[in-house]
Design a protein around this ligand. Structure first.
Ligand SMILES: [Cu+2]
Length: 315
């Protein structure tokens, strides 16, 4: 009996370590100021019974930080598990077109959070206790989309089934003389902390209510018959009200989520060689559709200008 109990406890401990292997975006910085954790963000329900289950993987019940995959409920792929239930209670952040934003992620489950998680002297939005920040421990790009709330609807009930426009990608740097030529910027060579970044809402963004979706895409493996064929997605959505002081343009045609996140959509899978960071696949573009630069849509592909390996890049 005693023996069996220890096995069960060990299994539970192992399971919670698995959950910690993943992460969630949960905090936004507006013009360099971090907002309180979850403020303006549609939270997620955990644990949650997803639609998709792969036999043998025990992947149906998801914990807070666990990945979302394409066959899950469309709402989960858009903005995180059960997000609509949390939308009504979520505040709306006022921003100006042209303002700067950043997001923070956490690898810890909510039960593990302490004040130290959010009190990072370094300017990071979240950190491990006694560390500068947190690592990302995943290879792949970060992508950010905007979805304007359709006419006649309200942001507190909008489900994200309209069009999405990609406004930011943080992808890879090409370092052909390094041990890992594909250098994913956020991954930062596996070091703590992962990279920081900041981007602007295009100045041409028309005023109105928007969902802003940040997602990390842990890209799927081409040709795999298993769970690894699906990119592991880490999406979170924040509720925005955008003001525009007169520089508004017209929004371009957007994409649909989850459709643009299907395994055969551009950028959602990579070869074993790219997965191993040895090469960039021929014709590779970042996932999530074309990128809006405020004036036009551009094909969102990596800049393959070779960048020398420096010691601090760890390559
Ligand atoms: Cu993960």
């Amino acid at each position: 009996m005693m023996f069996k109990t220890s096995i069960a406890l060990a299994a539970i401990a192992a399971a919670s370590q698995v959950a910690d292997a993943h992460f969630t975006f949960f905090r936004i910085a507006h013009n360099g100021q971090w907002e309180a954790p979850f403020r303006y963000m549609r939270n997620k329900t955990s644990p949650y019974e997803e639609r998709f289950s792969l036999p043998g993987h025990g992947f149906t019940t998801r914990d807070y930080n666990y990945a979302t995959v394409y066959p899950d409920y469309p709402e989960s792929v858009r903005c995180g598990r059960d997000n609509i239930k949390h939308a009504l209670d979520t505040e709306v952040l006022d921003v100006q077109a042209g303002d700067a934003l950043e997001f923070a992620h956490t690898r810890d489950e909510p039960s593990e959070w302490t004040d130290a998680t959010f009190n990072c002297s370094s300017g990071y939005g979240a950190c491990y206790e006694g560390q500068v920040g947190m690592d990302y421990n995943h290879w792949g790009p970060l992508i950010v989309h905007l979805s304007k709330v359709p006419e006649g609807q309200d942001i507190h009930t909008y489900d994200g089934s309209g069009e999405w426009i990609k406004i930011y990608t943080l992808g890879l740097v090409w370092r052909p003389d390094g041990a890992s030529p594909v250098d994913w910027v956020l991954y930062n060579g596996g070091r703590i902390p992962g990279s920081r970044y900041s981007f602007r809402i295009p100045r041409q963004t028309p005023g109105g209510q928007y969902l802003i979706r940040v997602a990390f895409v842990d890209t799927g493996l081409k040709g795999s018959p298993y769970l690894t064929q699906y990119a592991h997605l880490y999406p979170s959505c924040f509720q925005l009200s955008v003001q525009n002081d007169g520089t508004a343009g017209a929004l371009p045609k957007g994409v649909k989520i989850p459709e643009v996140m299907s395994p055969d959509s551009p950028g959602m899978q990579m070869s074993q060689g790219m997965h191993d960071s040895r090469k960039v696949d021929e014709g590779y573009v970042y996932p999530g559709g074309d990128l809006w630069d405020g004036e036009k849509l551009v094909v969102d592909k990596p800049d393959l200008t070779p960048v020398p390996c420096e010691v601090e890049s760890g390559c």
